[in-house]
Design a protein around this ligand. Sequence first.
Ligand SMILES: *Cc1c(COP(=O)(O)O)cnc(C)c1O
Length: 376
Amino acid sequence: MTFIPVLKPRVADANIMLPHIRMIDDACCYTNHGPQERMLRTQFAAALGDRAVQEISLYSSGTAALIGAMQAWNLPAGTKCLVPAWTFIGSACAVAQAGLEPVIVDVDPESWAIDPDVIEEMATDQNIKACLIVSPFGATVPYPELSDIQERTGMQILVDGAASFDFVHKLAETRLDLPVPLMVSLHATKLVSSIEGGMVVTSNADMTRRMISWSNFGIFDDDPVTQIGTNAKLSEIHAAYGQHSLTSWPEIRQTLLTIADGYVEQITARLPDIAFAPNIREGMVSSSFNIILPKPFPQLGHQLAANGIGTRRWWKDGVHRFPAFKSYAAGPLPVTEDLAARTIGLPFYVGMTSDTVETVVAALETALADQSVSAG
Ligand SMILES: *Cc1c(COP(=O)(O)O)cnc(C)c1O
């Protein structure tokens, strides 16, 4: 029995990378915003609706990019910042690492993101000055409303679109002005990958300047160093991998879309009680494929693994359930609790065949039938 993993990261083959590595060797420039990094920024700018290169900045990881963006807000240490409970723990880590106090809130049961009305309410009631809103597994977030809230209330908003290149790509193509910055992770498990890396896109030029400066010890050109930075630059090797991945994006997207469609078709036909994550309902491609079970089934992961199928509860029990973040929950989080108990990620990667999809759905069907029998 060959094991079907939940994910199979894929970057460019060594043979494809060799000429790039020689080019880096010839330039004798391995990092510090060299030619490869500039090329990747140029390519992203072109891909995202012919934007100015100055609107794109790159970092050593998605988490570093989030921290860089939040520290660029220049808010006093300890300022409260909303973050959803239903996200990857990295979102909340970034808030804390940026010197802000996470206020963990629940999400909307339909969109799986923080409801803009909640953001606005909390901004007035509780003196909350910032919000990290997460695009859940690549689903749309209401960008015009978020921009409007930022503009009207002065609250700082950042979109964690780590696995959402498809959404960010579509948004940036159709909208010139991007006052609310968007972060996309370039991690190997995400859609477009430099192995490790992160990108921020925003039309707020001051903010981009502060972020880049932060990622380079506070240094930007010959400006006096007015902020304490760190080292969060993207290396030339990583940038070269990123270029190749971005070139393959249309193909990657189409492949993943076909696999997702195959799942939807088979699951809808055979297991009509199963629902799909919001990005799937919207036709937005992400790097994971999440289903929602009609009721909790804690043993499902183990049962499928015993049948040679990998699954993952990508966001575990919610951020508030990690001991390190327990004290930051704003209150009860019933939607997250419910989603965490019923959501599971199925195998999803480029190279998966329709037979594999079939195998996974059949095993899922058997496991769910066994569960109903054993539950009487
Ligand atoms: C992957 C992910 C991150 C972290 O990105 P890295 O590039 O791995 O640092 C943050 N937030 C969300 C929602 C993610 O999925």
